[in-house]
Design a protein around this ligand. Structure first.
Ligand SMILES: NC(=O)c1ccc[n+]([C@@H]2O[C@H](COP(=O)([O-])OP(=O)(O)OC[C@H]3O[C@@H](n4cnc5c(N)ncnc54)[C@H](O)[C@@H]3O)[C@@H](O)[C@H]2O)c1
Length: 369
């Protein structure tokens, strides 16, 4: 919607994996999201522009190749991966699905670009989670290493903290490999957790809102806190709550993708941007939600739970993020107004909340808790 409203001709491909997984695992989003055909028709009605919809699997190469041959994209934004860390840690079925889906989809996008237009710029959504929490500053993609008097620039070392994050490190390695082999153009957007329930486009109709999960598998931390605040259950902090990450508003993620598209990588360049605008610990987020909610009359408690993940709960965290700012990103920062707008929207759907979905049920230790 964002790109088409700016004059780009857009086609989308989705196989409804996310919706199917939510249904199968009984993790329904806070509100119903109509199917893509209906959303495209609705978007056309409110904006006057058409988005072509293809329902199918990016891992199905003939299907994907035909779309590339017909549509002839100048650029492709590769979102089509299994995006949930807890899902990837559930068991063998989910682990192997995550590996297959995330790596084959990436390989297929690369091959489709090679077969149809080697200059087609691939913008792949990566994650800040590939870096882990090293005890030195995190650079933007690369690290210059001096060893025995000689210097070389390597991809920044990756220490992912879930199988999902591992596949995002591996798809990045694959893209870097093909940049070197075939001179493809790639931008990897190492994104932090996204928050926000609306964009300038989505607010034009209730049925255009982005999917909003608040459960233990697909819900990100701020989403879970907002729903817990509204439901009157304590905000559940995993462990000590010092886990710090880089966050961004959904409006900024769209702006970042656009900036990457308007300034393509060079032939053979594997360009990496760290895509977030500010860092918070889990404790910071809980405090901010508490303060914003209290002004709205919500009584919000906090509860520390045993951490279902294996991760540092207090650590150094200093990631660099200058590339997108230098291209012109104008960030939206998390503030009380934004939090209260999100809380108001969640309040609107309060009677949909299934409180039992929020508590963690997947552990990194291999047995369900
Ligand atoms: N949301 C975040 O906070 C966040 C943070 C960092 C990175 N990311 C990355 O951004 C991308 C989008 O994430 P999201 O949160 O919007 O998740 P999402 O699940 O809403 O989006 C991914 C979409 O891809 C589709 N999909 C998955 N596999 C597919 C396949 N094989 N063929 C066709 N469609 C397929 C899913 O049905 C879904 O609609 C992912 O690659 C994710 O790793 C997201």
């Amino acid at each position: 919607m964002y790109l088409s409203s700016r004059g780009d001709e857009v086609a989308v491909v989705d196989n409804y994996f996310r919706r199917r997984a939510c249904t199968e695992l009984n993790r329904e989003p806070l509100f119903h999201v109509p199917n893509l055909h209906r959303r495209a028709a609705l978007w056309e009605a409110v904006s006057g522009v058409t988005v072509k919809v293809h329902i199918g699997d990016v891992c199905d190469y003939p299907f994907l190749l035909e779309i590339f041959q017909q549509f002839q994209p100048e650029a492709v934004v590769h979102y089509a991966e299994q995006p949930a860390a807890p899902y990837s840690m559930m068991g063998h079925k989910e682990a192997t699905f995550t590996i297959t889906n995330n790596l084959i989809s990436t390989a297929n996008v690369i091959h489709a670009v090679k077969e149809t237009n080697i200059d087609c710029h691939i913008v792949k959504l990566g994650t800040m989670g590939v870096y882990g929490t090293p005890n030195i500053d995190i650079e933007e993609g690369y690290l210059e290493v001096e060893h025995k008097g000689r210097v070389h620039k390597f991809l920044y070392p990756k220490t992912p903290g879930s199988l999902y994050h591992l596949t995002k490190a591996q798809d990045g390695d694959m893209l870097f490999f093909y940049c070197r082999m075939w001179d493809i153009r790639v931008t990897d957007l190492n994104q932090g957790p996204v928050y926000g329930l609306e964009t300038a486009e989505s607010i034009q109709h209730e049925d255009l809102a982005p999917i909003f999960n608040y459960d233990d598998i697909f819900g990100t931390v701020l989403n879970r806190f907002l729903v817990q605040a509204v439901a009157g259950i304590p905000l559940t902090i995993y462990g000590q709550g010092g886990q710090t990450r880089g966050y961004l508003n959904i409006k900024d993620t769209l702006a970042c993708v656009e900036l990457a598209l308007r300034h393509p990588a060079d032939a053979g360049q594997y360009r990496v941007f760290n895509q977030f605008v500010e860092t918070f610990s889990v404790n910071d987020l809980a405090r901010q939600v508490q303060e914003a909610g209290r002004e709205m009359g919500l009584d919000i408690q906090v509860q520390n739970l045993p951490n279902p993940r294996r991760e540092a709960e207090h650590h150094y965290y200093c990631p660099r993020h200058v590339g997108l700012l230098s291209l012109g990103l104008n960030p939206h920062y998390l503030n009380r107004t934004t939090l209260q707008e999100m809380l108001s929207k969640v309040l609107h759907y309060k009677n949909h909340i299934q409180s039992e979905l929020v508590l963690p049920k997947v552990t990194w230790q291999s047995a369900a808790i």
